[in-house]
Design a protein around this ligand. Structure first.
Ligand code: BGC
Length: 620
């Protein structure tokens, strides 16, 4: 055989090998589709197996990509890459930012995804962490810390049900909530997103929230809930953030494994028992390693030991926080057990990298199959293949939901101090002065994750009612309410019977709310002191996402209420002030006396130093 013939034979053999290799994928691609997986009478597991067996590697990897909606440059990419999930992150709103605009946007992505070869619908996810907060006109429930103060399982379940109804009305079936972070340090900008620092409250309310969102049956749920942020995020240390703009958020959890297991895992176990279908890993590190790289925590503990059957989703860009570049980061995270990657930007490179990793043997195809099984299980369980948009947009901000939110507000108030028979306010009180930065400011009382990621400071929450308006509504006809934000009241012989200062924090989200010294602002203290001079009795209502360190002047305040971030129904406050409802809220975490006490570590070291100003569980 001459040299040419030799080369020719080698070429033919090589081409043959390639075509055998390609034909496996192509065979799957070209085969007639067995529509068994579309039959909703079959069990979820049967449908998953049927569909998985018909998917090419590319189609499987596409399912593992979660893309932020503004990063989907062309809607045709949704079926082309078979994207598994799309989310609205910060600012991920439709051009027409109305409930109808949301429904149209989400329906558009859903329809596009169904036009792919296998028609696998995309799962759209949203941070409805206190109601469908992104959507103007939605009911804004108190942030979780207020629900923790109310500590009422049935109420929390109803809040989650109502949230799920409003979210579903816009065609969305995945919510990134509940938050089980258990914050030890109130300087963290996400303190208010959690119910409590207490494992029992978190387990109890977290599981109630999952049940409320998802509904009872695990293979026929109404919504996919997400327990986040797995795990130990509340134990991050001040000054350890990996983000140069932050101090604690995205930092390092120093807890021992014993502490993690004792204080941070139980709420996740409770959520898994309640059937939660997705778990989001945190942006924190445990020791030297980002959680999303930690196979022991994700695969060994969460999936094998606890028995979680849903899918693990990484948090915003979190996978790329793993060192080694994009290829290595994706390989490490997926091998650690991440099933869906919140990229959230560049899906094309991700898909290419993962495909290369499988071909090279850096990721086993079984790992990909496991991830896709878990994602499809959630999609089938929520009935995504059968869904047609409910479109009952009138449920958004409905009277019933607002009444429920109002009840939640009333139950969340914690009475910290009450002297000189200040509360309840008597119905024949003649004159009330109301002042303060949060008195007539529905944006402040709602906090962040409302319309905008960082919230809005001002009266710009459609359909919301301020705490002041609630007081005006509740007061008797013989009571005069005088409002001035800056407390410029004239001190004459007509002192107010009661001055109410409603003060607190401007909205903030995530690390932007990390605060070395969480106190009332000098402006707020000035208003309180002016009001003190013009009122016989002084009530201070604190609207904040965390306990704030109180000044010595608090001795001169007759009554103090922690109102947390009540949301759109500010009129839930007044009925409790006027004694139409009683105070029932209890502190869901300790209220520190000073900075030296922080953090209130679960291991009990720092908090042993001195007593907090008010202990956890306190409430008059
Ligand atoms: C937050 C998550 C959130 C995600 C999607 C991240 O920055 O840490 O809690 O679910 O964004 O918006």
């Amino acid at each position: 055989m001459n040299k040419r013939a030799g080369i020719f034979i080698i070429l033919v053999l090589a081409l043959g090998a390639v075509s055998v290799f390609l034909s496996q994928e192509q065979k799957i691609f070209r085969a007639a589709i067995d529509p068994g997986y579309k039959d909703s009478r079959l069990s979820v597991e049967k449908r998953v197996i049927n569909l998985l067996s018909q998917m090419t590697l590319d189609e499987k990897i596409g399912q593992m990509a979660l893309v932020e909606k503004n990063s989907v440059h062309d809607i045709k990419d949704v079926p082309l890459y078979g994207l598994g999930g799309i989310l609205s992150g910060a600012g991920g709103k439709p051009a027409n930012n109305t409930p109808q605009g949301w429904l149209d946007m989400v329906t558009g992505y859903g329809e596009a995804s169904r036009s792919s070869r296998l028609g696998i619908p995309v799962l759209y996810g949203v941070d409805a962490i206190h109601g469908h907060g992104n959507v103007p006109g939605a009911t804004i429930f108190p942030h979780a810390i207020g629900l923790g103060a109310a500590h009422d399982r049935e109420l929390v379940k109803k809040v989650a049900e109502a949230t799920a109804e409003e979210v579903r009305a816009t065609g969305i079936f995945w919510v990134f909530s509940p938050n089980l972070d258990a914050p030890e340090d109130i300087r963290w900008g996400r303190t208010y997103e959690a119910f409590s620092d207490d494992l029992e409250i978190n387990a109890d309310l977290g599981s109630a929230y999952v049940q409320g969102l998802q509904g009872a049956a695990t293979d026929k749920v109404e919504m996919v809930a997400t327990a986040k942020h797995y795990v130990g995020a509340g134990g991050m240390q001040w000054g350890s953030s990996s983000n140069k703009n932050f101090k604690i958020d995205q930092g390092t959890t120093k807890a021992s494994e014993k502490t993690l297991r004792e204080f941070y895992l139980p709420p996740f176990k409770a959520a898994v028992r309640a059937g939660v279908l997705s778990v989001m890993t945190g942006l924190n590190s445990w020791g030297d390693e980002k959680i999303s790289a930690n196979k022991y925590l994700i695969t060994d503990i969460l999936k094998k030991e606890i028995g979680f059957k849903g899918f693990v989703v990484s948090d915003w860009y979190g996978v790329y926080e793993i060192p080694g570049g994009e290829y290595t980061a994706a390989v490490t995270a997926i091998n650690a057990g991440i099933d869906m990657v919140m990229l959230p930007y560049d899906y094309k490179t991700f898909i290419k990298n993962v495909e290369k990793a499988v071909r090279k043997g850096d990721i086993a195809e079984e790992r990909i199959n496991d991830a896709v099984v878990r994602i499809l299980r959630a999609k089938f369980s929520v009935g995504l293949f059968e869904k047609t948009p409910e479109g009952n947009l009138e449920i958004i901000g409905s009277k019933e939901h607002r009444a429920l939110a109002r009840e939640a507000v009333s139950k969340s108030l914690v009475l910290l101090k009450n002297e000189n028979q200040t509360l309840p306010l008597s119905s024949d009180v003649k004159r009330i002065f109301v002042a303060g930065s949060a008195a007539h400011n529905t944006g402040r009382q709602s906090g962040a994750w409302t319309i905008e990621w960082q919230g809005i400071d001002g009266n710009a929450i459609p359909g919301a009612i301020s705490i002041l308006e609630g007081i005006e509504k509740s007061a008797g006809s013989g009571t005069q309410i005088v409002y001035d934000a800056n407390a410029r009241f004239v001190a004459d012989e007509d002192l107010a019977d009661v001055g109410i200062a409603i003060v607190g924090e401007k909205p903030y989200a995530e690390g932007w709310g990390d605060n070395a010294n969480p106190i009332l602002s000098p402006e707020d203290l000035e208003i309180i002191s002016l009001l003190r001079q013009t009122s016989k009795k002084l009530l201070v209502i604190i609207v904040s996402g965390r306990p704030l360190l109180l000044p010595d002047e608090m001795e001169q305040w007759d009554a103090i209420i922690a109102a947390w971030l009540p949301g759109s129904e500010g009129d839930g406050v007044a009925p409790v002030l006027f004694g139409k409802r009683s105070f029932s809220g209890k502190l869901p975490l300790p209220w520190p006396a000073n900075l030296d006490q922080l953090p209130f570590s679960h291991e009990g070291k720092a908090s042993d130093k001195t007593e907090p100003l008010f202990p956890k569980g306190f409430g008059l």
